[in-house]
Design a protein around this ligand. Structure first.
Ligand SMILES: C[C@H](O)CC(=O)SCCNC(=O)CCNC(=O)[C@H](O)C(C)(C)COP(=O)(O)OP(=O)(O)OC[C@H]1O[C@@H](n2cnc3c(N)ncnc32)[C@H](O)[C@@H]1OP(=O)(O)O
Ligand SMILES: NC(=O)c1ccc[n+]([C@@H]2O[C@H](COP(=O)([O-])OP(=O)(O)OC[C@H]3O[C@@H](n4cnc5c(N)ncnc54)[C@H](O)[C@@H]3O)[C@@H](O)[C@H]2O)c1
Length: 257
């Protein structure tokens, strides 16, 4: 399916989303880069390297339905047809204790992390699945695949990760019911829970935290390369039996408190 993949990939101007776009296009597929308008120059550099026939940019805040709709429309208006693959990589990470030295956790920050990570992911699932439902089914009765990005923090959230872990735990929780809901239209739903990958998001964490983490990954004893995330996306797209499940990709790492 990868050579016929028409995808929308959120958060794909950077990091894991970018690696996903590179993987899909290198296998013959197409991708709509769905990222914030502020990321347009990064998106342009991806289009320069992969070709404007294969990649297009739709400025998008995943929490806004009209933005996600515009990205789905761009695929159809470009002559690619409706998307048959949607990968959500858009996400933000925060670090703040429930009760810190300066007082309680900001409620606004907590809500914002859930809005982008959880509500944004569900927004893509609901709108992309509608477009996929219009496609002809393949030999397995399938029309598309949706891949979400959680985190190992959904299971082993650290000190300061209440908001982030809650947002990712919710993505783990919605995976099976969404897969069940969409089984009637032949759309699979999978979630990837990455461990520690070397992307701008991780580079923004305190250096001390980064150093400790890299050393703790059992095997391989290093941070993940974003291309390894892209390979897993490819496997999920290609394997029709993968559905309703969360896959950790973490080198056997379990985060300490
Ligand atoms: C991004 C991907 O999805 C993958 C990931 O999830 S990557 C993992 C990301 N992890 C994080 O972001 C950790 C976030 N937490 C932090 O950065 C900091 O804890 C914080 C900024 C929220 C708080 O820092 P601060 O208020 O300065 O607390 P600080 O004084 O350092 O620590 C207080 C206590 O908590 C402990 N602690 C703080 N952060 C810790 C951590 N990350 N791991 C273990 N212990 C920690 C300290 O050892 C200290 O213990 P003590 O009571 O025995 O002295
Ligand atoms: N890097 C890691 O180690 C790691 C580990 C576990 C999970 N994750 C998750 O993987 C995903 C990708 O992370 P990354 O490391 O590539 O981060 P990154 O910061 O490199 O990329 C995230 C992208 O999301 C975009 N984005 C943020 N808010 C958005 C919004 N409202 N609408 C549209 N786009 C938005 C950003 O502009 C950015 O381009 C995130 O969901 C993150 O939580 C990353």
């Amino acid at each position: 399916m990868l050579s016929k993949t028409v995808s929308l990939v959120t958060g794909s101007a950077s990091g894991l989303g970018r690696a996903t776009v590179e993987r899909i296009v290198s296998s013959g597929g197409k991708a709509i880069i769905c990222d914030l308008p502020s990321q347009s120059s990064l998106a342009d550099s991806i289009i320069d390297s992969l070709g404007s026939d294969n990649v297009k940019f739709s400025p998008c805040d995943v929490t806004q339905s009209s933005d996600v709709t515009a990205a789905l429309d761009l695929s159809e208006n470009s002559g690619w047809g409706p998307v048959n693959c949607a990968v959500s990589c858009a996400g933000i990470a925060t670090a703040s204790k429930t009760l810190g030295r300066k007082g309680p956790h900001s409620l606004e920050m907590f809500s914002n992390v859930l809005a982008v990570n959880t509500v944004g992911t569900f927004n893509v699932i609901r709108l992309a699945s509608e477009r996929m439902s219009t496609l002809d089914p393949d030999d397995n009765g399938q029309r598309g695949v949706i891949i979400n990005t959680a985190s190992i923090a959904a299971y082993d959230g650290q000190v300061g990760q209440a908001a982030y872990a809650a947002s990712k735990g919710a993505i783990v929780g919605l995976t099976l019911p969404c897969a069940r809901d969409l089984s009637g239209v032949g759309v699979r739903v999978m979630t990837i829970a990455p461990g520690l990958f070397l992307t701008p998001l991780l580079a923004g964490l305190p250096e001390k935290v980064q150093e400790e983490m890299g050393k703790q990954i059992p095997c391989p004893r290093r941070l993940g390369d974003p291309s390894e995330f892209g390979k897993l996306v490819e496997s999920i797209i290609e394997n029709p039996m993968l559905n309703g499940e969360v896959i950790r990709i973490d080198g056997g790492y379990r985060m300490p408190p």
